[in-house]
Design a protein around this ligand. Sequence first.
Ligand code: GAL
Length: 812
Amino acid sequence: MPLIKLALPKTGKLLYLIFIATFFSLQGFAQQARQKLDFDKGWRFNLGDAGNAQNPALNEAGWRTLNLPHDWSVEGKFSKDNPATAEGGALPGGIGWYRKTFTIPADSKNKLVYIDFDGVYQKSDVWINGHHLGFRPNGYISFRYELTPYLNFGGKNVIAVKVDNSVQPNSRWYSGSGIYRNVWLVTTNKIAIDHWGTYVTTSDIDETSAKVNLKISVKNKAGSNEPLVLKASIYDAAGKVVSAVSTSATNTNLQDTLFETSFKFTLKSPQLWSVERPYLYKVVTQIINGRNVIDEYTTPLGIRYFNFDADKGFSLNGKSMKILGVCNHHDLGSLGAAINTRALERQLQILKAMGCNGIRTSHNPPAPELLDLCDKMGFIVMDEAFDCWDWKKAKYDYHLFFKEWHKRDLEDQILRDRNHPSVMIWSIGNEIPQQGDTSTLRIAPELAAIVHNLDNTRPITTANNRPDSTNKIIKSGAIDLVGYNYHEFDYAKFHDRYPGKKFIATETTSGLETRGYYDMPSDSIRIWPERWDKPFTRPGNNVSAYDNVRPPWGSTHEATWKVMKKYDFLSGMFVWTGFDYLGEPTPYSWPSRSSYFGIVDLAGFPKDVYYMYQSEWTDKPVLHIFPHWNWQAGKTVDVWAYYNNADEVELFLNDKSLGTKKKTGDDLHIMWRVKFEPGTLKAISRKDGKVVLTREIHTAGPAAKIVLVADRNLINADGKDLSFITVKIMDKDGNILPDANNLVNFKINGEAFIASVDNGDPVSHDSFKVNYRKAFHGLALAIVQAKDKAGNIKFTATSKGLQSASMVIKSK
Ligand code: GAL
């Protein structure tokens, strides 16, 4: 039996604590502790109001069977008549009902049973066996209900959920509708760690040691007075216990009381969490009764310290750096709002490869899986609560519920998220309409107090689009970081306006691009709208991808980054946005239905400006030239290059040099103005005369074939994992056809299905939930989802007049 070594706290400050060595292994009893079951499978769904569908005896004939997470809006048809409008993604809302019938074993009678919803959009009512458990209007908040008193132990139970997203517009972006995040069934003993019942913080961190503080809240519903031991162990990333502390628990004898205690650990030679090396420990807290582990609860732990300095900006673990972040909305493109961990992970991988190290969860609490991934992958998170307080932005948005619900919602968000090492900023609001109104002098401090009461280890900000002297949020003194949305050209004067204050660019840029579409000439900045009385018009509702179109309140990517990199006190930025999202199709409206703001398009294909960031934000060698090389003979084409790690770039057209160029001053790209002739455009970057990288673009011939590239050829047979298959339309020599829009049909056989399809076109009204897609600028995407059974998956793509392609993926 292993001997667990205890790291005893240095002083005897702690109340209630008796430290005892644990000489026996408790692993064998762990099965008696809590159970957290994935409760996503086998729900019935009815679109439309089904009356009193909470009645357990309801006949479910005609109800669909499905697995959660589920977003019914994304299954609907795009229409300008949907009340969400193009701003909200032009998809239908409505009312939907979900029901799930399940059994609870008779021997669970002495247990407590809870249902946890990670997020339901929106206005959900939940019943168990006909008993109403509660109502939550906020579509992004996680919540729990206790089922115990209403359950038939040993028999059948029916949970019913009514979701009401019928009154619209209630959002300025696509919300999705339904139980779009995961659901869990949690069973504990009657004495158990409370919901979100641990709080881990760190202090006094250096290379030799770190202090870890753990607060634990235990609920006693047993009404018994048994002697208990509380024990917490810190595991390193390899799964080794590096420190453990225990105490006998007193005060547990009262029915329904919350027993709170705290532990202090000192860790020797701690491995620090950073964006480059996000080292994670975990804390396992146990409640032990005699020889039984009656509860076991895991809390993530990352040891890091950070600071926002008014003059020097942001530092992590003592090292100065900038937060190089993006804002993202919660949808996953063609998958809609339905959360999928792999789809989120892919987004983060694409952003990480760009050099991005920060995520703003605009403008709401995220799915918990996003924070798990940010902990694991090394992103700094600005975790945002609200897009409005009690003044409206959309007619029926959260302002209707703010008064009654803000305290509960904000508390729940902080309690849920405060253990994530990735979370380093709390935002209590985005572009709050009453920034200039005196009501904020009351509301901002109230919200800040709610946050700091539960977590005072992170600064609070608001994202202000009017960060001037009229701003009463800033004036209220409630916020720790002054957040600027836009106003890039005022940054330099920040300390004149706010002496001694700390700065964060909560939102920047809002550059507009369509992947693969280019207007000449490229070197004049176009502001949308060029005239307020005229709509922005380009063929096909496209926007040029040269990073030269911006809205009046925003800036181009390059212009913003040039300012940002100039001053140390600018601690970081969150670009609007990392990925395109459904809704808000600025500068257009219907028939466009998704955004143009992304550095990456809705399907996950990078736009050119992605490589500007990569050349600036990473050390890896970059040479990216664009546009494509299929133009009319004689046309003047602007050839841009983003590059780094080199002194110069030489461009050749059909082996003839067009000259060598280098960035001067604060340039972020170089450009050649070239008379088009078909053939090969070649760029060579050189450092000290030595070739660093070579890139070639060829004029593509006629479309000849389909080429498929899967991001992963082996996926998990867990019913959830995904393979993202990129579909390329190519000529016979393997060059992408830059304007191809061929219709491609997909077929799938084996242990997977097509979850959705896309091509990144903000104007397409084809459903995402079909097995065909037109290419858009030469590319399309099919997202293949594993079933529960392992096996081979054969995926085939065909298109009239093209050589078809097929591939085999495996699931295991
Ligand atoms: C900001 C706002 C974002 C988005 C963006 C578009 O003002 O905070 O939610 O609307 O504009 O440029």
